[in-house]
Design a protein around this ligand. Structure first.
Ligand code: NAG
Ligand code: NAG
Ligand code: NAG
Ligand code: NAG
Ligand code: NAG
Ligand code: NAG
Ligand code: NAG
Ligand code: NAG
Ligand code: NAG
Ligand code: NAG
Ligand code: NAG
Ligand code: NAG
Length: 818
């Protein structure tokens, strides 16, 4: 069909008109399915939120409720107003859930159910409806609940049945709020119920879901649509008309799941059997929670609030335009949903910080940077550089007030560090991609040097451990002797490779800032990974030699090698053996096989170390094909693209098409691992646009987009960059680039720089059905420290064709109105 349209200018014009008409018919927004990843451990939050919004309204289940909801048969226990999405930790937030009843049987207030185990109610199958800014579900009591949000306020519309489903019950809706959170960690709490207004307000102290300390949060609930009949407090499973309650933990720092909260009962609603509940949230005070709600939703206008939320999302997604070229809806839905999920966290809590008021932005739920530095932040940088700027400034403000950059942070608490100090990479990535407005780079550099030089007392929650050994021995020894700080003494191999890459990006910034001594120092340390490379280590699977020799291995302080089976903690052997559990493993959530490939700053040296390009490619193929690689954890992402460094970009494209859609697709279990605040989504989005980044460097690997063309509007410059496939084949057979043109000029490098997106332009990729010589020469591969291939000549990172590249700095202030 398409062939008939090509050829004459007239038909071409019509094709454009049709393409535009099509684009208007269905926008990116229409393809987003927030329910993707809501079962089998995806832990995606599918409820209503604004981009990076604090209020995240959703239905909460009694089951796999890390993100509140799950697409299974679990019961509904409440509707709550803040969540985190995709956590690998325990359930997060979900404070102060509401729960509705159409009436209490026999008009007995105690015949309603108060505790979550008593009140849990089945969902009505097939009643869930979700789209950006909106979520709705019906439960077995025939109450239909819809929700939408503003930045700090959740808005619910409960529609009650004319006849309540319980016997001898008249329509007198009762809505309760419980002083609890999803993981049941409340230690103390207060609630005040106002009659006759029906306002309920209060606060509580809770535990973060993957960190240390406690946090306090506050709510303010108001209702509209029915007159208040009665109101009060409940405790345990009994309700009464007392109006105020203060619960305290029974012992210091003990939390309890002793149920307590408030309730309001109404006369029959005046219109449509509907009651609107508006719940303002704050981390500062009850008063501020009420003010947020009154300011953001003064009139309880559900439809107007929803329309505003939809508009914000449409605008957010609209910076990407695609011509889909006839690909399946599976790919369209996976793509747009991935883009969407990359923009729900971290959350903008500016103005809600109870600890300091610096005038700087405050973002929270960097959950965790170990997961997000690789692709979430690079994607936000492309699609929403202003938000990325605010996030970077927020990270630096956290450094200013808490003494270290976070590696993980949620609910104003320090979260657990999994490997290196990877905020260093976020900051370097931002620097090289023109994230500049209002960023204090002197402070940023100081923060990075602090990570590299000063070990904190507790390096489980910030910074790095083992720095004395790092500096003197050049690796993190297994069973390290560390007198500077305490932390979980495992993961010596994975911490070594991550610290090495963190030092690599510090070196790049040192050079930018003219600190040449630091540049040489950190460049030197960035090579430390090789100190754990045991050249004669073999790897067998069930006694059969894989044929590959040379792996990272544990090494003690005295230089003696330890042993960890190179496949240990891969899917093939003790897959779950390498978490933050104590002892017995020197890698984190992955095998020595995996971490031996993790040298993002110096792939050329890695390739030479592993025997040159051909054996590197063989090893990488084996890694992908043997079952050793799990793509559902973030370290797996870069592994898809390492072929680029060996001059085989075609193989990266093949792998990308293998994993999408077989592992990333449009089903409710359509992601292979927990989403970690959108990490899986950002991998899908960047991969399908054909521009996966090597985070921390000004490098995007070119692979053909999964669509006929992709355009991204840069909000800093107002320029549009388009990547267009020629000979595009929607069935995905022509995935091999034969030749490329950048703005009309032949382009042979297999990678792009961010200036393409800042300056705009067109990259045309001519595709074919088999691998070509495009992008395969040493001068075509992305920069590395060492030279490509063999050579003993020193490579110089960042020098391409003898000229060091520079990213033009653009003043964000000029174009913010875009
Ligand atoms: C390897 O070294 C030889 C001799 O120095 C040189 O001619 C050749 O271009 C090098 N190959 C690569 C891939 O750099
Ligand atoms: C719900 O339960 C039914 C019957 O027990 C089962 O067939 C179905 O697969 C379940 N659905 C989900 C999403 O778990
Ligand atoms: C029905 O409810 C009323 C109160 O509304 C109560 O007086 C009556 O006894 C109840 N009847 C039954 C059968 O429970
Ligand atoms: C309370 O829970 C019981 C047991 O599940 C249920 O039979 C009853 O209908 C519930 N009451 C209301 C008002 O929903
Ligand atoms: C939903 O369907 C499953 C079977 O598919 C069933 O087990 C479950 O009870 C249903 N839930 C409700 C609320 O009807
Ligand atoms: C919501 O917060 C975003 C920043 O996260 C801001 O740009 C936007 O203006 C806010 N919306 C309203 C209505 O205040
Ligand atoms: C509860 O109220 C008491 C007394 O006013 C106050 O000291 C405490 O901070 C409050 N706690 C919360 C979590 O609001
Ligand atoms: C490792 O493998 C190499 C090549 O397959 C073999 O020559 C060598 O003997 C093996 N070493 C051990 C310790 O098995
Ligand atoms: C290794 O052997 C065990 C026991 O026979 C088997 O269950 C497992 O699947 C094998 N693993 C691989 C990777 O072949
Ligand atoms: C080095 O230290 C390890 C761990 O303490 C020990 O097992 C090994 O025997 C030591 N090697 C030498 C040569 O002392
Ligand atoms: C979709 O992705 C999930 C998760 O990776 C996978 O288990 C499933 O097989 C995929 N479904 C299809 C139809 O490819
Ligand atoms: C090349 O590497 C050697 C050894 O690491 C070093 O001494 C020398 O200064 C380097 N040369 C340049 C030009 O960087």
């Amino acid at each position: 069909m398409r062939g008939l349209w090509a050829g004459t200018a007239q038909w071409a014009t019509w094709a454009i008109v049709l393409a535009i008409a099509n684009a208007q018919a269905k926008s990116g927004y229409d393809y987003v399915d927030p329910l993707i990843g809501t079962t089998n451990g995806g832990h995606v939050f599918p409820g209503a939120t604004l981009p990076f919004g604090m209020a995240k309204a959703g239905a909460d289940v009694n089951g796999e409720n890390q993100g509140g909801f799950a697409s299974d048969n679990s019961t509904i226990i409440g509707f709550s107003h803040m969540h985190d999405s995709g956590t690998g930790g325990s359930p997060s937030l979900g404070n102060f859930p509401l729960f509705p009843f159409a009436g209490c049987p026999n008009d007995d207030i105690n015949a309603c159910n108060y505790t979550y185990w008593d009140r849990q109610t089945d969902r009505i199958n097939g009643s869930v409806s979700a789209r950006p800014g909106y979520f709705a579900i019906s439960i077995a009591s025939n109450i239909h609940t819809e929700m939408t949000v503003t930045n700090h306020t959740a808005l619910y519309r409960f529609k009650f049945p004319e006849t309540p489903s319980t016997p001898n019950t008249t329509l007198n809706p009762l809505i309760l709020v419980e002083l609890s959170d999803l993981p049941q960690t409340r230690s103390d709490g207060n609630i005040t119920v106002h009659s006759p207004s029906g306002r309920m307000q209060g606060g509580g102290t809770f535990l973060p879901s993957f960190g240390v300390g406690t946090y306090q949060t506050y709510f303010c609930a108001d209702f509209s649509g029915a007159d208040v009949r009665n109101a009060g407090i409940f405790a345990n499973s009994r309700a009464g008309t007392m109006k105020q309650l203060r619960v305290k933990s029974w012992a210091k720092n003990e939390h309890s799941d002793r149920p307590a909260g408030g309730w309001v009962q109404f006369n029959a609603p005046s219109k449509n059997n509907e009651i609107i509940a508006r719940v303002g949230m704050s981390f500062v005070s009850e008063d501020q929670a009420c003010r947020n709600a009154e300011k953001e939703i003064p009139d309880f206008d559900f439809d107007g609030t929803l329309a505003a939320a939809e508009k914000v999302w449409k605008e957010k997604l609209d910076v990407i335009k695609i011509e889909d070229g006839g690909v399946s809806e599976v790919l369209l839905k996976a793509f747009w949903s991935g883009v969407y999920r990359s923009m729900i966290s971290p959350q903008d809590y500016t103005g809600e910080n109870p600890f300091w008021n610096s005038g700087e932005p405050y973002y929270d739920s960097f959950y965790c940077i170990w997961d997000s530095f690789r692709s979430i932040h690079p994607l936000i940088t492309l699609l929403d550089p202003h938000s990325q700027t605010l996030m970077v400034r927020s990270l630096l403000d956290i450094y200013r007030h808490e003494g270290k950059l976070p590696d993980c942070r949620m609910s104003f608490c320090k979260g657990f560090t999994q490997g290196g100090s990877n905020a260093d990479v976020v900051i370097a990535d931002a620097y090289f991609k023109n994230i500049s407005a209002g960023v204090d780079w002197k402070l940023a550099y100081e923060a990075l040097i602090s990570d590299a030089e000063d070990e904190p007392l507790n390096w489980d929650i910030e910074g790095r451990g083992g720095l004395d050994s790092w500096k003197s021995l050049g690796y993190i020894p297994t069973e390290n002797y560390d007198v500077q700080g305490v932390g979980t003494e495992t993961r010596s191999i994975s911490r070594t490779v991550e610290y090495a890459y963190n030092d690599f990006v510090i070196a790049l910034l040192a050079r930018e800032f003219g600190h040449m001594d630091d540049y040489h120092k950190y460049l030197g340390r960035s090579g430390n990974w090789i100190n754990m490379y045991k050249a004669d280590q073999n790897s067998t699977i069930n006694g059969t030699d894989t044929g590959f020799t040379g792996f990272l291995q544990p090494k003690f302080m005295n230089g003696t090698w330890g042993f960890q089976d190179p496949i240990y903690c891969s899917p093939l052997l003790e897959f779950t053996g390498c978490y933050l559990n104590p002892g017995g493993h020197e890698t984190y959530e992955g095998s020595c096989w995996l971490y031996t490939f993790y040298v993002p700053g110096d792939h050329s040296t890695l390739i030479r170390t592993l025997g040159g390009a051909d054996s590197f490619v063989k090893r990488l193929d084996y890694f992908h094909e043997s079952g050793l690689l799990y793509i559902g954890d973030e370290q797996g992402f870069l592994m898809v693209y390492l072929y680029h460094y060996a001059g085989r970009p075609a193989l990266s494209a093949e792998r990308a098409h293998f994993y999408i859609p077989s592992q990333f697709n449009d089903t409710i279990n359509g992601i292979p691992g927990n989403d970690d605040s959108g990490a899986m989504g950002s991998f899908e989005a960047l991969t399908m646009m054909g521009i996966f980044p090597n985070a921390g460097q000004d490098v995007y690997f070119i692979t053909p987009p999964f669509f006929e063309s992709v355009s991204i509007l840069n909000q800093q410059t107002g320029k549009t960059a388009t990547i267009r496939n020629i000979n595009f084949d929607p069935s995905g057979k022509n995935v091999y680039i034969q030749s490329a043109k950048l703005n009309g000029e032949t382009y042979t490098k297999n990678w792009l720089q961010h200036s393409f997106f800042l300056n705009g332009g067109t990259l045309e990729l001519t595709l074919g059905a088999s691998e070509s010589s495009w992008g395969t020469r040493p001068q075509d591969v992305p920069p590395s420290l060492g030279p490509f291939g063999n050579s003993t000549v020193n490579g110089t990172f960042g020098q391409v064709g003898g000229k060091r590249w520079a990213v033009p700095k653009v003043d964000l202030g000029l174009v913010e109105s875009l």
